[in-house]
Design a protein around this ligand. Structure first.
Ligand SMILES: C[S@@+](CC[C@H](N)C(=O)[O-])C[C@H]1O[C@@H](n2cnc3c(N)ncnc32)[C@H](O)[C@@H]1O
Length: 260
């Protein structure tokens, strides 16, 4: 994911002041985990939890030999059953998750664990997609067909393509108080240096979901190819614009709440 496109904007919303203990749930290759660790400074600590062992070893390699090795740790485990040690529950200043809740069948359970992981007064930040917000303009021919099939492919695997709109509800259900929500811009237009990256990112995501869409007969292969070709043509238009924002919320645990 492109640094300028999204990471710096996400970091700005987080507004880390230094020294935080952070839990990053679904940390992937740790690109954003590393940025949070840098922003938290030498006194900060970040623990990344990731289900895929390949991503964990890749993430560890990326910090090997650097100063970040002393304040980042990656641990293998499931976000729906966080592998924290007894003394870690109720100890984090911030529990963060980005682009993870859309991939899990029980996102509320993940947030409940995150709420348990933060200290009284601690913060939970959730950032995830609502795919209904994705608007390429002028609308490429065949786009609605392929995008609709892509969104429906989420429920075929027990997930929610529109999970982003539910984020404040997850906070409340986990006993947290929502304080702020926003959209983090994740688009661009012709002439902007990030536009090609943003547009190609979407095409790559649709290509990655091709088999699932075809297997579940959500789209014909002809309509799939037409949708992809339409996006490639749209990218070259002088007035092409991609309107997309990632849903972002933060909530807090009561200061009076017991540890854990
Ligand atoms: C799209 S990536 C996002 C990575 C990172 N959070 C970021 O924003 O750059 C989603 C990550 O969540 C991980 N993931 C998905 N389900 C998970 C689960 N149940 N427990 C832990 N990690 C999970 C995936 O393996 C993947 O690395």
């Amino acid at each position: 994911m492109n640094d300028r496109l999204l990471n710096q904007a996400c970091l700005k919303e987080l507004n880390l002041t230094g020294g935080e203990r952070i839990l990053d749930v679904g940390s992937g290759l740790g690109q954003f985990t590393r940025l949070m660790a840098q922003a938290a400074g030498p006194a900060g600590r970040v623990l990344g939890i990731e289900r895929d062992p390949g991503q964990i070893s890749g993430a560890r390699e990326l910090i090997a030999g650097s100063a970040l090795e002393s304040n980042i740790a990656f641990r293998n485990g499931d976000a729906m059953d966080l592998p924290l040690e007894a003394g870690e529950w109720g100890s984090f200043d911030l529990a963060h998750s980005r682009f993870v809740l859309e991939h899990v069948p029980e996102p509320g359970k993940v947030v409940a664990h995150m709420a348990k992981a933060v200290r009284p007064g601690g913060r939970v930040v959730l950032a995830d997609d609502d795919h209904a917000q994705f608007t390429p303009y002028p609308a490429p021919p065949g786009f609605h067909t392929i995008w609709d099939a892509y969104c429906r492919s989420y429920d075929r695997i027990g997930c929610d393509a529109f999970v982003g709109r539910r984020l404040t509800t997850f906070l409340v259900e986990a006993g947290l108080k929502p304080r702020r929500n926003t959209l983090v811009f994740f688009g661009g237009c012709a002439g902007d240096e990030v536009f090609e990256i943003a547009a190609l990112n979407i095409i790559k995501i649709l290509e990655g979901a091709r088999e699932l869409m075809l297997e579940h007969r959500l789209i014909s292969s002809e309509n799939y190819e037409a949708g992809i070709a339409g996006l490639h043509r749209w990218m070259t238009l002088p007035d092409a614009a991609l309107w997309y924002g990632m849903n972002w919320v933060e909530g807090f645990k009561d200061k009076g709440k017991d540890k854990g």
